[in-house]
Design a protein around this ligand. Structure first.
Ligand code: AQP
Length: 332
């Protein structure tokens, strides 16, 4: 059976980008067709300046939202990354397989380290090695597929390179995974800056729709979305990034084709209104289920405990095999 791994970082409140670019596919397709593991990858949230209490709170909130979105513990494995030591054990071996040059070439590293420096901060070493830990997350489980938004495609490519290199040097140990991108909404853009991704850790929040935003807040954010010069509704990412983002959002919410939707609009206002309505309706059941789950924290804890137990059981043989293959003496 196909094995799938994917994760989400507790670096902020989950966004519509996370949902459309990743989580919806996990819920609607992946957990039904494969042995799927989904993780709140909390160690990755420590790669930039962080508040310990906030990371803890956001980790729980992310797990609760994933369940609210429809992940079913009877169908998939949901766990918190730091509850399974195999990730960090394997990460070190992969650091011994990767080169610093390939880490420095990662686009996210370049962007985030520049941001940290511009803000006067120092760049954590873990920000540089973050893609290696992500590779460990994936390879520990022998995942065949990694469903992600396209911002993560380069990291999955690196994961493939590391798996192939390790296998060639030390013998067949890892499955070589592949990224699976959603057909629509692979990259939901910020409503105030449609040339940059809607990211949950961004400081300016007016262009970001959070899954737990109240309906009137969602409407306001969508109605105030930046649009492009002219008034024609055209699906063209280069010429009309703002309008195209709205069309893709509406298409993703309604399962329609964004190009065909464009033909039905003669004004930006009508497109915004329909998009706002569609997003509010999409998020309504998720918000309701989230409120129910918040009233039952013991259930969420139980899911995460059982998820970590199963994850450990799956990862340990592969990570132990990697320790042996690379030349480490087994403990007696
Ligand atoms: N805007 C997006 N459009 C489509 N997919 C997206 N994803 C994230 N943003 C979008 C996908 O959601 C999954 C989990 O994302 P993440 O937690 O790794 O990244 P993030 O939400 O983008 O959080 P940050 O902290 O703001 O990340 P950075 O700054 O690293 O971009 C992934 O599958 C991702 O592709």
């Amino acid at each position: 059976m196909t094995r799938i791994f994917s994760g989400i970082k507790p670096t902020g409140h989950l966004t519509l980008g996370n949902y459309l670019g990743a989580v919806r596919q996990w819920v609607e397709t992946d957990q039904h067709r494969a042995d799927a593991l989904f993780s709140v990858v909390d160690l990755h949230a420590l790669t930039v300046d962080h508040d310990p209490a906030r990371v803890r709170r956001l980790s729980r909130q992310a797990a609760t939202l994933l369940l609210a979105a429809g992940l079913d513990p009877a169908l998939c494995t949901l766990f918190v990354q730091s509850h399974v030591d195999e990730h960090t054990r394997l990460s070190y071996l992969l650091e011994c397989t990767a080169s610093d040059g390939e880490m420095r070439r990662m686009i996210q590293y370049k962007e985030k380290s520049a941001r940290e420096k511009a803000a006067g901060g120092s760049v954590r070493l873990s920000l540089l090695t973050y893609p290696v830990l992500m590779a460990a997350d994936i390879l520990a489980y022998g995942a065949d597929e990694v469903p992600v938004g396209d911002d993560q495609a380069q990291h999955v490519e690196l994961t493939r390179d590391l798996a192939v290199r390790f296998n060639q040097r030390y013998g067949q140990t890892f499955t070589v995974p592949r990224a699976v991108l959603p057909q629509v909404a692979a990259r939901v853009m910020d409503l105030q800056d449609p040339t940059s991704k809607m990211g949950k850790s961004h400081a300016e929040t007016s262009g970001i729709v959070y899954l737990l935003d109240e309906p009137d807040v969602v409407r306001r954010k969508v109605m105030r979305a930046v649009t492009d010069s002219g008034s024609e509704v055209v699906y063209d990412r280069e010429a009309k990034p703002g309008v195209t983002n709205l069309l893709e959002l509406l298409a993703a919410c309604t399962d329609k084709d964004p190009g065909e939707l464009a033909a039905g609009y003669t004004s930006y206002g009508a497109l915004k209104k329909d998009t706002a309505d569609a997003v509010v309706e999409l998020l309504r059941p998720l918000r309701e289920r989230h409120a129910e789950l918040c009233a039952d924290p013991a259930y969420v804890d139980g899911v995460l405990r059982e998820g970590a137990r199963r994850a450990r059981e799956l990862a340990r043989p592969t990570v132990d095999a990697a320790y042996r293959a690379i030349g480490l003496l087994p403990a007696g």
